[in-house]
Design a protein around this ligand. Structure first.
Ligand code: ADP
Length: 513
């Protein structure tokens, strides 16, 4: 190569070098990152420090330091070594090894976050590029806290796109609905529709949120397993910087339990109200039932005092007074029975009872009244006399029969009454059948409640307080049986009740005597 060519080549190399240097200097001066170049020094105790060789404007802006060239870090940034000693270690390691490093670091005493990159162009020197990332870090921190809050929130949180397709759900959503995040993501919120809400609710909801308003209300939704639940909360729009709605955010709580408790309270209140009404009605019934015969007794007793009353009339009045006294006595007895049952004072007194004899006595007692009304009475004994002895409460059994036959007599105008019993397995099934007015099906269970009377023009004229059947039901239960009615309106009624046939016990006892 000629001397001229060599000189030319060298001078163009030098030009390229100069251009590069200028470019680097330009970059260092103008770049957004802070740039600082240090020389590492160490004191007698081997404590390292760094002397500024060069910094750019951005560095000065970022750190707020000026005229640092030739000064040490510990001098310009006092407190740094104590608050963040690791930074000195990192700088020293790079200056010594030449291996670059990069990290984010929080400088406690300056309360700032920095993103730092370290390089070492020659041994004992270190070049740092730094960026203040405090704002980003604070935002990240805030986001992190928010994300934890949402993830751990006891509320259901769901984010959808503008079509209602799920993009995010929190764990509470999964806990309540049973859909995992993987199952829910991409699905439309429609999967929760139970079909229990009117369509208008959804229409209103969409209208509101699409217009940017917040919807709040309750929804009856369906879980993955088909179970229904109630949720209450808000759905609102999420907008981007251009103010365009990009997503919807739903924050709701499961209120199924509260709803149930509320309903129970409403029901309880309603029941208490009904009980109060029933009590008031009962009191009215009792008052009426007491007053009616008393008025009769007082009225006709006074008439008897009239000297002009004939003998026939006075006999009639005495009969009326007698009937009314009986009615009063029946009611008083019934009220005492009810009070005893209620207080648990009604005791069962078991005695060996010949059922056939008991039936004969009852039939004999009612025969006159039944015949007087032009009705027939048949009495069927299901067992031989010797077989018909059972250990039971004779008085209560008699009372049950008396109540049922009295009713049959009251509510039968033509035909007749049958009483009797049959053995059914280890029970005796007693019956009282009549060809009377019958009872509508809907009342078959209710008539065994206290003070219940079938609303019927005929029964209204017939005396009674609606207590007989409830007393009978309680007594049958005390004797170990059940009572029921079979009846067709207009065709008659059959009352059946069972009590245990414990004849074998009686026989053994009688045998051992
Ligand atoms: P009451 O003293 O009013 O007869 P009960 O408790 O004995 O009270 O009966 C309740 C109601 O059941 C009666 O008022 C009547 O409406 C109806 N009832 C009871 N037995 C008969 C029957 N054999 N035939 C028709 N209705 C009956």
């Amino acid at each position: 190569m000629s001397e001229k060519k060599r000189l030319n080549k060298n001078s163009s190399k030098a030009k390229i070098g100069e251009a590069k240097d200028a470019l680097h200097r330009f970059l260092c001066t103008h770049m957004r990152h802070g740039y600082a170049y240090y020389r590492m020094i160490a004191d007698e105790e081997n404590q390292v420090d760094f002397v500024y060789e060069d910094v750019n404007e951005s560095y000065e802006k970022l750190t707020g330091l000026n005229n640092v060239i030739g000064k040490r870090i510990t001098e310009t940034r006092p407190g740094l070594a104590k608050s963040t000693p690791i930074i000195f270690e990192k700088y020293a390691r790079v200056a010594k090894t030449g291996i670059p490093d990069a990290f984010e670091i929080f400088i406690k005493n300056e309360n700032h976050w920095y993103d730092v990159s370290l390089y070492s162009p020659k041994k004992g020197y270190v070049l740092s590029m730094l960026d203040d990332i405090t704002e980003r870090k604070l935002a990240e921190n805030k986001l992190q806290k928010l994300s934890v809050a949402v993830e751990q929130s006891p509320a259901i949180v769901v984010i959808t796109d503008t079509q209602g397709n799920i993009e995010y759900i929190n764990p509470t959503f999964t806990k309540v609905t049973g859909y995992s995040a993987e199952e829910a993501r991409g699905q439309n919120l429609r999967i929760l529709k139970s079909g229990q809400m009117p369509q208008s609710v959804y229409e209103e909801l969409w209208k509101k949120i699409l217009s940017g308003d917040i919807w709040n209300g309750e929804l009856h939704n369906k879980k993955k397993n088909g179970e229904l639940y109630w949720e209450q909360g808000e759905i609102s729009a999420i907008r981007n910087k251009e103010n365009v709605i990009t997503n919807f955010l739903g924050v709701k709580v499961d209120i199924t339990e509260q709803k149930r408790t509320l309903q129970e309270l409403i029901d309880a209140k309603q029941k208490a109200l009904e009980r109060d009404l029933i009590k008031a009605a009962h009191l009215a019934s009792i008052t009426h039932e007491l007053r009616t015969p008393m008025t009769g007794i007082l009225g006709f007793s006074e008439l008897l005092n009239d000297p002009d009353v004939s003998q026939e009339e006075s006999a009639e009045y005495i009969d009326i007074i007698h009937q009314n006294s009986l009615r009063l006595l029946t009611l008083i007895n019934e009220l005492i029975d009810i009070a005893c049952i209620e207080a648990g004072d009604s005791k069962v007194e078991l005695v060996d009872t010949c059922v056939n004899k008991l039936l004969q006595d009852i039939a004999a007692f009612f025969k006159l009244a039944i015949n007087k009304k032009g009705l027939s009475l048949t009495c069927t004994q299901g067992l031989q006399d010797s077989e018909s002895i059972i250990n039971t409460d004779r008085a209560k059994l008699t009372q049950i029969f008396t109540n049922l036959i009295s009713n049959a007599l009251k509510f039968t105008l033509t035909g007749g009454i049958e009483i009797g019993y049959t053995r059914v397995n280890d029970m005796l099934e007693f019956y009282v059948k009549d060809s009377g007015i019958g009872i509508q099906h809907a009342m078959h269970e209710k008539i065994f409640d206290r003070f219940v009377q079938v609303n019927n023009p005929l029964t209204r004229e017939i005396e009674g307080a609606g207590l007989g059947l409830s007393i009978s039901k309680a007594y049958v239960a005390m004797l170990g049986g059940t009572i029921m009615v079979d009846s067709v309106e207009g065709k008659g009624s059959s009352f059946f009740f069972t009590i245990p046939n414990n004849h074998s016990l009686c026989r053994k006892r009688m045998g051992s005597r």
